[in-house]
Design a protein around this ligand. Sequence first.
Ligand SMILES: [Zn+2]
Length: 416
Amino acid sequence: MVKRTAQDIRRGNRFDALRRVYAAPGAVSRQDIAAATGLSFATVANLVAELIEADVLVEAGYEDSGGGRPRARLAVNAGRGVLLGVDVAETAVQAQLFDLELRARHGLELPLPQGEVRPADVVDAIATAVEDLLTASDTPPSRVLGAGVSVPGAVEREDGVSVFSPYWSWREVPLRALLAERLAMPLYLDNPLKAATVAEMWFGAGRDIDDLVVVTLRGGVGAGIAIGGTLYRGATNNAGEWGHTCLVLDGRDCRCGKQGCVEAYVSTAGVARTVRELQPESALSHIRDGTATVDALARAAAEGDPVALEAVGRTARYLGVAVANLLNLFNPQALVIGGPTAERLGERLLSQTRRAAADHALPQSLRAVELRLSAVPDNPVTLGAATFALEGFLDDRKTFAPVKAGRRAARSRAAS
Ligand SMILES: [Zn+2]
């Protein structure tokens, strides 16, 4: 069993404190962080001193504390450096450059080759995208604090290995080592389920709640799970593969090799198959790929097309049952549905999913939860990947060389 060391605890507290500043930049004092996290004021003052020392936080004015000493408001030092977030999806690589406040400054998308994609193709697309972003934003590589890369499928993050990719049948590709040959910056590898969940924890529904499930609906589907404010990874970083839990016994073939998986019904390809089953003659049944089908389906449903409405309703029923299973298993305070399919089908999908989930979840689990669409702007996966880079930077011993005891004590006194 892995023991939590004093350093782990300090690191967890540092993330926890900083998340409060990201949630309300320029409006949070040390006292607010202590109240929100349950940490002592002295602990918060120490953490903040470290973060100011590392130039991550700055004091941004004072608030009136009603007769007492004015309290300093804290903000993130946006200009401290840049972070990169990369989302490798089935057909394209999307990359964004963020300031330290995690505001997207530049972005671009590069298509991947059609058909079988080799690791070298993905490495080249990622490296090219990052180089182009740095050029476009006139950023020297020395200003990059880190780059987070999300790749679909199973990822071994410590060693930076893409263990298995469902799209391209890769196994054990040392992606981070391959990327390091092209990019001289700290690199962090994980998958879109984890990235979307971390984005939600720092910038979405998870800002004010600790028990959260984030469902991502795209070419593949899955869930990310936050328990007590911490991303749950499982023994091999494989937790959340809800897309490959069984929804229909002896059901549709899934690309994982099994039958009846959730993904076979609510992925973009699954939705396209539902349309074809409902009405093979519909124009919607003859669209080239799943993503384009979902786009067309959203437009047709908005115009009241009966096949489209029926297909959305049936998708919501599949999704609702699978969501009810998550509610019964994890009893979260919020379940967020995100990803391109949720974005396109929006409230229409959500309201019917809610009804279907209500038919299948236990009342206690249902009452506790708020089902909502993701409110993270833009692409939660690039944002989450950049957040992994932020976490890596914050974790780096070089960033947090121990502040001299005398100086820290002086800062704490000044802060109290
Ligand atoms: Zn499967």
